[in-house]
Design a protein around this ligand. Structure first.
Ligand code: FAD
Length: 477
């Protein structure tokens, strides 16, 4: 694709930009490059772009996953200079300028001239990764569907339970982390129990569900200042128990142990826990930092140069949740603006006017919903709460949902859920609840034994005969 000949004239190879990640940073960088004279390859381990701010609505049955996760291939369909590859990036070689990705055993090596690294962040359990089995986080569509299965499943099991203690344990929902995601989750579980499910069961009374929001910080929504206190009051008026200054010290299948500010440890019995505390940048950050001598912070974010380049590598840009720079927050706008800044610098290099213009994040404000008709919003020095903030939240989120059809459908789903009591996306399957644990226990190849494995197949190496497909689990292979 790079080296072609037309009418007998050799055409100079085009500059190759590789983007890792189809999230906010990666997708908006690819979109910005649409009309540039470059070849773009976007590699991501999901085939979709994910609008993470609405994941909690998938988990609580308001929206379907397709509405917030359009296929990247579709979004970038008109970018004729862009190729989209599905693959989990396992290696970046800064010297050879290659990216190695792999999917179900097929390995692909892609060469680059410029690299935009936008692989985001995952959940952090602060060194207690074993909590994940019992308290899933909410970072992916899989996470949200698993939580949907667990939340609705808990009510189903409570209806079948025979002792009051068992019913209480099933109807106690604990959300760990009182940032925007935790607040939104707790608010939605409260609305589910008090409105959507209230008339549907015969033995249990869903309105008696206990929803706990716990956080080690002294207040709800710490980054929102005074608005955090308003949000807490609103949550409490909806029946959510808010416990701040409380550290989670252990999590297991039937509950969790917490430590109060005075050092007292106590147990909370609960089957359904949601982890919404802490993020850890993609390990690809540490991988490139180790090779370049750059530093990473405690959350694994790369200490980039002020222009977002990796120290010593002006051809590598790190953006979004992976960067540590000027205490810029891990929010969608920081990733979008970072992706666009990287594109601007790539253009300058190609125009022969290399630039090290520093990246500057423009804060457009932050918002969190608490319940239907109630939100908090902080825009510069202006603070809003209640219905007006909720309307602003509605408008902003609608604008960022990709695709006109998705916007209209989302609006309809919101009307059903917020004006009425219903939720149209309550379907759950056993696979949603158990698949993650089974894949983690067995490993991908063992959990999916029928998928072929083709090692050493280099991207662009058209002449190489593919190695025969083989199963890694086949002892005779
Ligand atoms: C539940 C939730 C709610 C949020 N709410 C808000 C909000 O209301 N407002 C706001 O501004 N921000 C919000 N955020 C934060 C916001 O979503 C992130 O800051 C933003 O997504 C960061 O963009 P990014 O491009 O850096 O990473 P991401 O959007 O996370 O994208 C990372 C991409 O990299 C891919 N990837 C990761 N590792 C690999 C690999 N090894 N190989 C290949 N591909 C890989 C992923 O599949 C993904 O496509 C929320 C986040 C969450 C989780």
């Amino acid at each position: 694709m790079n080296q072609s000949a037309q009418n007998g004239h050799a055409v100079a190879p085009r500059h190759r930009v590789v983007i890792i990640g189809s999230g906010f940073g990666g997708l908006f960088a690819a979109k910005a490059l649409r009309r540039d004279n470059v070849d773009v390859t976007l590699i991501s381990r999901t085939q979709h772009h994910l609008f993470q701010p609405l994941l909690y609505q998938v988990a609580t049955g308001i929206l379907s996953e397709g509405l917030i996760a359009p296929p990247t291939r579709d979004v970038l369909g008109r970018n004729s200079n862009t190729r989209t590859l599905l693959g989990n990036v396992t290696d970046i070689d800064l010297t050879a300028r290659t990216v190695t990705s792999s999917i179900v055993g097929r390995e692909t090596v892609t060469e680059y001239d410029s690299l935009i690294l936008a692989a985001g962040a995952g959940q952090s359990y602060f060194g207690n990764d074993h909590f994940a089995e019992f308290a899933p986080g909410m970072k992916t569509i899989d996470d949200a569907l698993e939580l949907r299965g667990r939340i609705f499943g808990a009510f189903e099991l409570a209806e079948l339970a025979s002792t009051p203690a068992e019913i209480d344990r099933l109807m106690t929902f604990v959300v760990v982390g009182a940032g925007p995601t935790g607040v939104e989750m707790a608010g939605q579980i409260a609305e589910l129990s008090q409105r959507t499910l209230k008339d549907e069961f015969r033995k249990i009374d869903p309105t008696r569900a206990r929803i706990l929001l716990v956080d080690g910080a002294p207040q709800v929504l710490p980054s929102f200042g005074q608005l955090g206190t308003k949000a807490q009051r609103q949550l409490e008026s909806m029946g959510v128990d808010v416990e701040t200054g409380v550290m989670v010290t252990d999590v297991d299948a039937t509950g969790l142990t917490v430590k109060d500010a005075d050092g007292t440890e106590r147990r909370i019995e609960s089957y359904t826990k949601v982890w919404a505390a802490g993020v850890q940048a993609s390990p690809l950050g540490k991988m490139v930092a180790d090779q370049s001598g750059a530093e990473t912070d405690r959350a694994g974010r790369v200490l980039v140069n002020p222009d977002l380049t990796l120290p010593g590598h002006p051809e590598v840009y790190v953006v979004g949740d992976m960067i540590s720079l000027n205490t810029y927050p891990g929010v969608a706008q920081n990733a979008i603006q970072g992706g666009r800044h990287a594109v601007k610098l790539i253009r300058a290099r190609l125009d022969g006017t290399p630039s090290t213009e520093p990246y500057s994040y423009y804060d457009k404000g932050s918002m969190a919903t608490i319940s239907r008709f109630s939100a908090v919003a902080s825009i510069g020095k202006m603070k809003f709460s209640g219905f007006f903030a909720w309307l602003m939240w509605l408008a902003v989120h609608l604008v960022f949902i990709i695709g006109f059809k998705n916007q209209i459908t989302t609006l309809l789903h919101w009307a059903v859920s917020f004006l009425g009591n219903a939720r149209s996306e309550r379907t759950t399957t056993a696979q949603q609840v158990y698949a993650r644990n089974i894949i983690e226990r067995l490993g991908w190849d063992e959990a999916m034994p029928d998928l072929p494995r083709v090692p050493g197949d280099r991207e662009g190496d058209q002449d190489a005969a593919p190695a025969p497909a083989k199963r890694t689990t086949d002892p005779a292979a």
